[in-house]
Design a protein. Structure first.
Length: 342
């Protein structure tokens, strides 16, 4: 049985509290939040869970084996480092940190201490993303040409981080997972309309070594609620629409053929085939993610979204932020081993 201490009982923290309270082989022992009303809400719903305003109470409890951190992003680094130094395994919400140097330090400490460090890249535990990965790896889509995504809505507007750091980790983590590599360069542009210095809308472009590219749009200032990822391949194309209640994946048997740039009379033939909608057995991704963390700790397994995965996403975020601050200038990333060869 893994006893867990959780930090941050806000809107997202409530979901984590609910799930960790229900999981097999785990017990939510303590919840920490500075807000008295939040602590009272937890006590009212989960009377068996101890509440506190002191993070040290969790660190000093020898029976607590793991800490779940879902407080504001700026606290991820100090809280995670403190928990690791106290000998606790850590699950921390995205982004892992607000800079790659901090993220690397967190990863290194976890490895040195022999502890699990897992990042809440939720979509990698979505059954639709699992199917996307299988489609890419099997070659069913052919050669992947490019990927683009949209994650826009009206709200939730944040005051401590921009739309890039708030929304983009979801899509970046999926893109890196699907392609199995980091981009060689990143460029981004964003604008602040509601709060000075906090971008409400951001467009990011990623260029990869094998001529693949990816683009994403994130915003909390948009009339539409869109959570969509499109993959265009040489044989087929697929759309993952997470707003759809049932038809979350659509595979389009569309493409081109007969392209030859070295012969006279080049021709391009468009091919229009069927649209298939695979059946997806929906399990709450957050429940899968939380159970995965517990299993990794108890069975000594490597998390799918471990510290290395968190570092890779932060590196892209950091490059995009740097690009935004330099009028969209492309920022080069050092070549890293493919994600699947760690």
């Amino acid at each position: 049985m893994l006893k867990i201490g959780l930090v941050g009982a806000g809107d997202w923290g409530k979901n984590l509290i609910r799930i960790f309270h229900q999981l097999r082989d785990a017990r939510l022992a303590c919840c920490c939040d500075l807000d008295l009303k939040r602590r009272e809400t937890v006590t009212g719903s989960y009377p068996g869970v101890k509440v506190t305003a002191r993070f040290e109470d969790i660190l000093e409890d020898a029976s607590v084996g793991a800490v779940v951190i879902c407080s504001s992003a700026v606290t991820h680094y100090p809280l995670t480092m403190a928990a690791l130094k106290a000998g606790k395994h850590v699950y921390v919400e995205k982004p892992l940190a607000l800079g790659s140097a901090q993220a690397e330090e967190m990863k290194a400490l976890a490895e040195r201490m022999g502890l699990k460090l897992m990042v809440g890249h939720l979509l990698l535990y979505h059954p639709a993303v699992k199917i996307l990965k299988e489609l890419v790896e099997s070659g069913d889509l052919g050669q992947v040409f490019y990927i683009y995504s949209q994650r826009v809505n009206l709200g939730k507007i944040r005051h401590d981080e921009n739309a890039l750091w708030s929304f983009a980790p979801h899509d970046i983590s999926v893109i890196l997972h699907l392609l199995g590599q980091e981009p060689v360069s990143v460029s981004a542009r964003g604008e602040s309309y509601l709060q000075q210095g906090i971008e409400d809308v951001v467009f990011v472009n990623m260029k990869f070594a094998d001529h693949k590219m990816a683009q994403l749009q994130v915003s909390w200032l948009d009339p539409h609620k869109v959570r969509k990822i499109t993959i265009v391949g040489s044989k087929k194309m697929v759309v993952f629409d997470d707003v759809e209640s049932t038809e979350k994946l659509k595979i389009f048997d569309k493409g081109v053929s007969g392209v030859s740039y070295e012969s006279y009379g080049d021709s391009i033939t468009l091919r229009f085939g069927d649209i298939s909608i695979p059946y997806i057995t929906m399990t709450e991704p957050l429940r899968v993610e939380c159970q995965h963390f517990v299993d990794c700790v108890l069975k000594d397994r490597r998390p799918l979204t471990d510290g290395e995965d968190g570092v890779r996403v932060v590196r892209v975020l950091e490059a995009a932020q740097h690009s935004m601050e330099n009028d969209g200038k492309p920022i080069s990333l050092e070549m890293s081993p493919p994600v699947g060869e760690r």
